[in-house]
Design a binder for this molecule. Sequence first.
Ligand code: GLA
Length: 723
Amino acid sequence: MINFFNNTFYLNTSNSSYIIYILSDGILVHKYYGKRIKEQNMDYYNLYKAYDYTAVYFADGEITTMDALPLEFPTMGRGDYRTPAIVVEGKSGKQVNDFRYSFHRVFEGTATVPGLPNLDCNTENVQTLEIILKDRVTNAEAHLFYSVFEDIDIIARNTVIINKSENNIKISKILSATVDFEHSDFDMISLYGRWGNERSVERIPLRHGQNVISSCRGASGHHSTPFLALAEKEANENYGDVYGIALIYSGDFELGVDVGQFDNVRLFAGLNHETFSWELEPKESFVSPQTVLTYSDMGIGKMSRNFHKMCRQHLGEFSKKPTRPVVLNLWEAFYFDISEEKVLETVKNVSKLGVDTIVIDDGWFGKRKNELVSMGDWYINVERFPNGFHRVIDECERCGLKLGLWFEPEMIGKDSDFIKEHPDWCIKLNEIEPIVSRGEYVLDFCREEITDFVFEKLSSILSKYNISYIKWDMNRNITDMGSSSLTDNHQLEFSHRYMLGLYSLINKIKTAFPNLYIECSAGGGGRFDFGMLYYMPQIWCSDNSDAIERIDIQYGTSLVYPPESISSHVSAIPNHQTNRVTSFYTRGNVAQLFALGYELNPNIINDSAKASIFQQISKHREIESWIFEGDFYRLTDFDNKNYCAWQIVSKDKSKSVAIYVVKLTKAKRIGNYFRLKGLQSDKNYKIEQLGISLSGNAIMYAGFPIKNQLDDFESLFFELNME
Ligand code: GLA
């Protein structure tokens, strides 16, 4: 898997090769990343030609310039004018570094990334290469880790910097990975959005200079997702070379592609350097978040499936395959107007429909009657719940249901009792009033006494009541960054320290309540990333619950994250965000291949809607064990305005389900054929809804007939079983 000869490292997965070379002076160059190639002497692959008025550098005796070299660990100030992977300042205060190879080792298993979520080693076939470099300027040591997950074509990377000098050093930038390519014939694919419209797919040609996506919001954010892909121009869902890169991190980040003067490309990912700096005393070290790379020779679809497999096999809680509850979340049912009486009536009305967890959303605590008051007062409002949660839980248990509860642990209300007790616990600048958003300030999670206090508050409820599920929300972005626990020259450590504090709190809660299932939310899907999925196996994808708008949101999200991570709720009509009316069938179909749930008031729906809920959940329970291990296919391109189709094929290819949803219909008078993917060509499959059997290759290449003319928002659901 990892081999070393002729000063060359070969990192091989089943379908990809990643090759690094050590020049005679110790500079690391990147030779190749792409489809797996035979290990051979790569001396012929010599990319050191260009020298055009930039600083001269001799690579193995050949004249060139750093700016042209494909560098594995690029730095500033020595002739490479592109994005550096690291900037460390030593005693001199200069931002010049010159890291050279010192030694390396290869070990079985993965690298550990203390304090941060990272891939686990749950299977064999994982090896790690650690390359140690020394900076001739500052004496800092850089440890570059490459964990190679052979079976799933994933390479996880991160960097540890150790201060080996006698004085303090300051890291003002550290990326987790850069990958250089010698050409720029790529498009860049990323996900952008806002509240109610998260993770839309954007595909753009590269321009010279930096093409960057980033967040400085203290969360990965609605606006951007810590992921991007480089796709060769001709690549689409099913064909062509695509490279995906994503961070296992939930805070401020930057990812980008830098196109250099020689049309060479540098892909990069790491902490956002604008909100970061870190001082290290002698012997101290800093660990960068882990980033994951994957290569697909079969388009964007395979890139997604590689990431999905990675989560299922190696990503913390996610890989433990928790039983996923089908929840009825009560936010859109009652908003803040929640009470014991309403929950009891709800329990009565859903007890026979197959729902297994009822989630009491915002409004159950303190004096909470709208979003402006009482945040953080984590005691039950006894006017609304005179018996605490005892009666509700008793009734749930009597009916075979479980109870879930909403929290927003990171925030503190402007008028809350909490802030009266601890006025100095929110994030603020010294003289300036902090920004209030949704009536809230942000708690300073850099301070352990604060995360401990929040832990106690949450634990007191979770240990008193049998709560199986929490929805962990974060409803505002961070402003006024800084902590009273940090001295002036450490203030830029705030953003990352906040994340370390948050991760340690979640960890503590998971350790104290190991069976607790946590769903992540952030004003809908404002913190959807591998960092959160490590702890919370499901994420509320968007506050926009309209089935038709959800198609695009779930489409974009599925580029990186597995379908079972994407909470998809069937909601009421007219939809609360768009006023659109769609059938119960379509709303169910849009949610069925994801983490199915409900977001409506069952006390006011009719019997036919209740029967639909029962049918949808029964079907979901029947297929979930294999769909959430299967291969997910997007059968339409992201910019298809008229319809969207998804399919999942079981691991053994014996079963498949496919969904076809019309967004905006088109007049069509001739036959309509639906073509699927991933089946076994020479086997016959029965298409249950049509009662016909066809061979796998007929279904994949000729297609099977569907209705000629479908209406706006109409949908179809097909199940296939191998005969
Ligand atoms: C966020 C969530 C919603 C709901 C509200 C409650 O916006 O995304 O689902 O929980 O908070 O305030």
